[in-house]
Structures are given as C-alpha cells and as structure tokens.
Ligand binder design. Structure first.
Ligand code: KG4
Ligand code: ZN
Length: 354
C-alpha cells in the first residue's frame, strides 16, 4: 500500500531562496473547485539572519553559499513533515524572481535538476505573487471581489486590484524605497540590528504618543504610487538637527521609531482606502513582510471594516519570506489554467515584475 493521495489531489513542493531564507513547503489541494481548497502540509524555513546581522544587511554571496548548504536538508524535512516523498509530487514550484540573483540561482537550479531527474513538472513562480496570494491562505474565508490588496515587503510596495482569484493588475507601486526598505534604513540610522522593521515596531510600541511629526509622502497625489525615500531623509535631518552627533537614548529612539512608523502606516492605510473606494472593493487584503507590523495590521483592518469591507491577511509566520506562500501562488497559478515550463526555459530573474 502506498499513501499516494487520491487522483483529484494536487501535491506541490515549493522552493524559495530569493533572499536570506532557505525555504520549502508542501501543499495539497484541489484546483477544480470554486472555493479555494488546499492545505499546507509542511513549511520549513532556514533563516540566515544571524549570519548577516553582523554586516547590517544581506551579503549576497554569503547568502547563496548558505542556500547551497541548507537547501537539501530543508527540502527533505518539508517532505518528511508532510509525510510524503518525491514520487508522490504533482509539481515542483520555485521562486524565479524578483530577488538577489546569487540567491535565486541556487533555488532555481536545484528545482530544475530535481524536475529533470524525476520528470516532475516545474512551475516558475513570482515571489511577489507569493506574497499576494498568501493573503488567501485561509480557505474557509468567504471573500468577495473585487479585492484591493496592499503588498508590502522589503523590496516592494504595491497596490493590486483583483477582479477575481485569477485576474489582477498592479495599480500602484513605490517610485523609490519600499516600505520595508525604509524601515530597515531608519533602523540602521539608529544603530538597531538587522532586520530593522521588527526592531522599529518593538520600540514604537513602547510609547503611546510623540510630539515628533514626519511628512506623509505622496498623500496629496491622486495616483496610487508610494515614495518613502523622502521620509527617510526627513528622519536623517531630524536626528542630525535635534541630537547632533550624540547617540540617541532609548527614549529618543522610541519616539523617532513611533513617529516614523505612524507616518508609514498612515500613508499606506490612506492610499489603500482611496484605492478601495475608487475600485469599489468589497474586500481589502494585506500581505508581505511589513504586514507583520502590528500597527499596520490593526489600522488597515479597522479602516476596512469601518467602511463595511471584508478584510484578510496572513498569519504572522506567512508574512515574511517562506515557501508556503510560493506553494499557494502555484495553486492559484494552476487554477488559472497556466502550464508548467520546460525546465530548460526556467531562469532566475532578479527584477521580474508582476
Ligand atoms: O517580504 P519580506 O520577508 O522580504 C522581501 O520580500 O523583501 O519582507 C522583509 C521586510 C524587511 O524590510 C523587514 O524589516 C520588514 O519586512 N518587516 C517589518 C516587520 N517585520 C518585518 N517591518 C515593519 N514591522 C515589522 N514588524
Ligand atoms: Zn518577500
């Protein structure tokens, strides 16, 4: 007796290595259903944060080397945790971009080799599509379309309009720094450890209010684009003019962190609400690494529900990089009727846009 799933089930192994997490996950689902029908059977993440922390950011060549070291054990564990084996898989999905090219290449070449040697078809998945679809991880949620989705990661800030699960378009994006990038840069300025986003939010949560007020960039413009580089510069000048060369006390750091976080969240929430109104959204979604920010989660959910919209976002563990979201995006890729790619044609693309 084998424990092969029934024929209608699709079993996907997903591999993610676009930045500094080596990750693999297994999803079992049925693609021919109106309501999404899938389950994440396993999700394994090997984080390289301790490796890069002493450099204050990701060192691409070191990241690639660490991916090479960890990719096989991570995949083996994902298969074991899902109580499945290679021979049972219907598809292998891999992040093809965007991301750091040395990191992406490790996952892509590994997945290609696996596909070639086993004959299992290969799906090339966009990392940002992974974040986008992670907001639909809860298959019990009753969502109605159209959906306006705010996708905020370390490299991207995007507003996406979804007509249904299969059809979407990007209606706004960052013209310079992404929200997560701004969090990381401001954290670095205050000599906080990498990654800075969680450090800033931890400090910001330790004060109720602050007198400091930073600008709300792009809020007066009618488009749905974002810009956070000016806000970062405002923080640089504020610190220089107020404290000079002196290191900031913890109290001062808390206040700057709070004022900065308030400005970012305010812009994100207001612009997303505006997009939702313009596109008559019935559901609002939030995802990406910055979606792990508690204030953003609370404020956007409040704004959506106060305006009689449904709201959906991934659990904390699904916000920052992982392979489960790549498996979910692969599930929706198949639902949309898209086909696998011949392994020879699958390439890593560091700037692959949605
Ligand atoms: O999606 P992600 O894991 O990687 C990319 O695809 O870029 O996002 C990482 C980003 C980092 O910039 C990190 O500082 C930020 O998400 N982040 C946060 C929080 N947790 C992670 N930003 C603000 N508040 C947080 N709690
Ligand atoms: Zn990401």
């Amino acid at each position: 007796m084998t424990n092969k799933p029934p024929k209608a089930d699709t079993l996907i192994l997903a591999i993610e290595s676009s930045c500094d997490e080596t990750a693999a996950a297994v999803l079992r689902g049925r693609v021919n259903r109106k309501q999404p029908d899938f389950k994440i059977l396993s999700s394994v993440i090997h984080s390289q944060i301790p490796l890069h922390r002493k450099y204050g950011g990701v060192v691409p060549e070191m990241a690639a080397r660490a991916h090479v070291e960890h990719i096989l054990p991570v995949i083996e564990k994902a298969l074991a945790d899902a109580k499945t084996k290679l021979a049972d898989l219907s598809y292998i999905a891999v992040t093809g971009g965007p991301g750091l090219i040395p990191s992406l290449i490790v996952g892509v070449e590994f997945a290609k080799t696996l596909s070639y040697t086993t004959g299992i078809p290969l799906l090339r998945i966009n990392h940002m599509e992974g974040h986008l679809y992670s907001a639909f991880a809860d298959t019990k949620a009753k969502l109605t379309f159209p959906v306006i989705s705010l996708v905020v990661s370390g490299g991207h800030t995007m507003l996406v309009y979804l007509k249904d699960y299969e059809h979407y378009k990007v209606i706004g994006a960052t013209v310079d720094d992404a929200a997560g990038e701004a969090f990381d840069k401001v954290a670095k300025l205050m000599k906080l450890p990498y990654p800075g986003g969680p450090e800033i939010s931890k400090l910001a949560e330790q004060v109720e209010t602050t007198e400091i007020k930073f600008p709300r960039p792009m809020l007066n413009q009618k488009n749905f684009d974002f810009s956070f580089s000016g806000l970062k510069t405002a923080v640089v000048y504020y610190i220089k003019e107020t404290y000079g060369e002196k290191p900031l006390s913890v109290k001062q750091k808390r206040e700057v962190a709070k004022a900065f976080q308030d400005a970012v969240v305010d812009v994100l929430v207001q612009k997303t609400m505006r997009a939702a109104e313009k596109y008559n959204a019935e559901t609002m979604a939030l995802s990406g690494g910055v979606a792990a920010n508690r204030k953003l989660r609370a404020d956007l959910e409040h704004a959506a529900t106060a305006n009689k919209m449904r709201f959906t976002m991934p659990e904390f563990w699904l916000c920052t990089d992982n392979a489960a979201m790549i498996a979910i995006a692969a599930y929706f890729y198949l639902r949309a009727g898209k086909k696998p790619s011949p392994f020879q044609k699958v390439k890593a693309d560091s700037s692959w846009e949605l």
